[in-house]
Write a protein that binds this ligand. Structure first.
Ligand code: PAF
Length: 287
């Protein structure tokens, strides 16, 4: 695996890179979830590029950006072992050159809801950096985890509106979970042992919502209550939001709506770490 720091080196490497090119953008602190993305790219692409860039434009709290784990050497080992050919880890100046006006990329209507409402500007930051990374890596396929379901949909929306070549296909890769059910995330490393135990209630709350729906509950308010009950047993968890939304528009479903299909999203803070998990409820998730 070749390590690359600059746009110029990347452009040179791309000239010799056989297509299709698979691209896995990350912010580092790689774990088995990222390994699954890289392996998915390896399975269907002749060249696999992984990027590691902690994008300041998508953080809404400076403390969160400062606390974001940076583990480049371990990341390089994992990326290499998972099948990456090129590891691109640029500096800020390579992504946002100081002499260039950075045009913020519109993340579209889906970015206004859920995480977008909780963290204004977050998805504009994601859309902007992903577009820049796509311009630099020129991939045919790009791989994103279903764990961040809203990010995935925003990236799909942005990518569908790209006018520059090549045409990029967005590939969805299922969430990887730990043995206690907690979705893998680079942020989990910052949890205390007590916080970690409490955080394991998040996937159990998703399961509780699925169960109650399977056993006759039907309205948003009933499903939400089942999930909230699980979370309320852990005082370490501070709930930010628990939303059932239309899976296509991401618009919140009203309390008395019948849940046929819904994206259930839970955002909590624990030990000052923000955790997000989500699942698709209803007919399509059962098929
Ligand atoms: O999911 C992430 O790690 C980031 O949001 C991404 C897609 C690499 C953009 O910075």
């Amino acid at each position: 695996m070749q390590r690359i720091r600059t746009r110029a080196e990347l452009a040179t490497a791309l000239k010799a890179a056989p297509r299709p090119i698979g691209f896995v953008p990350t912010m580092g602190a790689l774990h088995a979830g990222h390994a699954a993305l890289i392996r998915a790219a390896r399975a269907e692409c002749a060249t696999v590029i992984v990027s590691i860039y902690v994008n300041p434009k998508q953080f809404t709290a400076a403390t969160d950006l400062a606390a974001y784990p940076r583990t480049l050497d371990a990341d390089a080992t994992l990326a290499d072992a998972s099948g990456a050919d090129l590891l691109f880890h640029p500096s800020d100046a390579e992504i946002y050159p100081p002499n260039e006006v950075v045009q913020t990329v519109d993340p579209g209507p889906l970015a206004l809801r859920l995480e977008g409402a909780a963290r204004p500007g977050h998805f504009a930051g994601v859309a902007t950096v992903v577009s820049r990374l796509f311009d630099l890596a020129q991939p045919d396929r790009a791989y994103f985890g279903e764990k961040d379901a809203q990010q995935l949909r925003v990236v799909e929306w942005v990518t569908a509106r790209r006018t520059s070549a090549p045409r990029i296909s967005i590939r969805r890769v299922p969430t990887v979970r730990d043995t206690d059910g907690l979705a893998l995330s680079s942020r989990n490393a910052r949890l205390s042992p007590a916080g970690r135990t409490a955080a394991a209630a998040i996937p159990r709350a998703l399961d509780a919502a699925r169960d109650v729906l399977a056993h006759g509950a039907s309205t948003v308010v009933q499903v939400r209550a089942a999930a909230l009950h699980l979370l309320s047993q852990h005082s370490e968890l501070t709930l930010e939001y628990l939303d059932l939304a239309d899976p296509l528009t991401l618009e919140a479903l009203p309390d008395d709506a019948t849940v046929n299909e819904a994206l259930l999203t839970i955002a909590v803070a624990v030990d000052d770490v923000r955790l997000l998990d989500e699942c698709l409820l209803g007919e399509r998730s059962a098929s």
